[in-house]
Design a protein around this ligand. Structure first.
Ligand code: NAD
Ligand code: MG
Length: 384
């Protein structure tokens, strides 16, 4: 029996992870489950899985969580400090499935335990970059990518040498607007943006997929996970989301990982690594799919990948600024405050506005860049 904690347990990745845990009750003991606020939902999961502790990041939701857990024997906790304390409880697998930079501090706390981190929370790695990868090294932790593209690359690199890699190619579905005109993009609504053609995901990453910022963040994520150099990383649009990414070696061999568009596949790969486990996903029926298409990305309609490449090559604070600006812009778009194309425009403004903060060298410095950028981005929204 292995122990597991899942931060962001009520979300899309969190519930997909718990679905796999549910199918193997003898294989797992659940230690900590967290949510931002959804106390009822979190309490139900904590009771079902007999968790040791359930945490709401938003402390104002703690009374509701306590009520919902009364008599269950599950410890209830709330607030940032409690979240970090719970993330520090040693487990065999820590699943980082909070959305946004909000997941950074708990993920770093888990890394400090030196265990295995199944990382879905790409914004944490994008923002912290070298601060996180250095902590992984220092504490002897293992970072296993759950993001489907990075999980694919990780699998394609098994048995290969990084020095023999010619290209790492991230595939992108192109999102719901991949064929949209500029005029259609300007008029795009939140309801249209969150309707992803292939994947069912949380609202924030769905909007990121529609702007291609998701691929931009993944480009930076790949740069940290697989340090082959930025000039060996590229992006290709693949509307079917069947090939999850590829590695081309110097001899001309390209290895790809294929699978259904179901996050339970990469999650299972991380949970069982280096072994394999069963999933309830349908086998891949390539004859039924028929055609796999590939095309070059269009950075005129979707500038986000260019911004991410620029932020990655600038390094230092730039990726954290890009991420924080994007988080504020996506929230503003979802709230109906700004139009769709303003999201990337705002991220670009924030990268160019004034001078970037100095490169953050510690977790606290990364969090400061994040919070200061949020403040500046909110001010920009007010001024507009
Ligand atoms: P989601 O919105 O469905 O769930 C987010 C979870 O985080 C919820 O449990 C929520 O309660 C919690 N949360 C939200 N804000 C929080 C805060 N401020 N503090 C603490 N907890 C908070 O998101 P998701 O789609 O499951 O994505 C989670 C992460 O995984 C993201 O970083 C996303 O980019 C990444 N990811 C998701 C998918 C996917 O298919 N959904 C695929 C690849 C990567
Ligand atoms: Mg992905």
């Amino acid at each position: 029996m292995r122990t597991i904690s899942i931060m962001g347990a009520t979300g899309s990745v969190g519930t997909s992870t718990l679905d796999l845990v549910r199918r193997d009750p003898a294989g797992w003991r659940v230690v900590a489950l967290s949510a931002n606020c959804s106390a009822g939902e979190l309490a139900a999961l904590a009771r079902e899985f007999g968790a040791e502790i359930a945490i709401v990041a938003d402390e104002s939701c703690l009374p509701e969580l306590r009520d919902a857990l009364a008599g269950s024997g599950v410890e209830a906790a709330g607030g940032e400090r409690a979240l970090i304390e719970a993330a520090s409880r040693p487990v065999d697998v820590f699943v980082a499935a909070i959305v946004g930079c909000a997941g950074l501090a708990p993920t770093m706390a888990a890394i400090e335990q030196g265990g295995t981190i199944a990382l879905a929370n790409k914004e944490a790695l994008v923002s912290a970059g070298e601060v996180m990868t250095a902590a992984v090294q220092r504490h002897g932790a293992t970072l296993l990518p759950v993001d489907s593209e990075h999980n694919a690359i990780f699998q394609c690199l098994q048995g290969g040498r990084m020095s023999d890699v010619r290209w790492i190619t991230l595939t992108a579905s192109g999102g719901p607007f991949r064929n949209a005109t500029m005029a259609e993009l300007n008029a795009a609504t939140p309801a249209q943006a969150v309707k992803h053609p292939n994947w069912s995901m949380g609202a924030k990453i769905s909007v990121d997929s529609a702007t291609m910022m998701n691929k931009g963040l993944e480009f930076i994520e790949a740069h940290h996970l697989f340090p082959v150099g930025l000039d060996r990383l590229r992006i290709i649009v693949h509307p079917q989301s069947i090939v999850h990414s590829m590695v081309e070696y110097r001899d001309g061999s390209t290895l790809a990982q294929l699978g259904p568009s179901d996050m339970r596949v990469p999650i299972a790969s991380a949970l069982a690594w280096p072994a394999r486990m069963d999933t309830p996903c349908d086998p891949l029926d390539l004859a039924a799919i028929g055609t796999l298409e590939f095309r070059a990305p269009d950075e005129t309609r979707f500038p986000a990948t260019r911004l991410a490449r620029e932020a990655a090559s600038h390094g230092g604070a730039a990726p954290a600024v890009l991420n924080a600006a994007n988080e504020i812009a996506v929230a503003a778009f979802l709230a109906g405050q700004i139009g769709f194309t303003r999201i990337a425009a705002m991220a670009e403004d924030m990268l160019q506005q004034g001078t970037l903060p100095p490169p953050p060298a510690t977790l606290d410095e990364v969090l400061l860049v994040d919070s200061e950028t949020r403040t500046r981005a909110r001010a920009l929204l007010q001024a507009a």
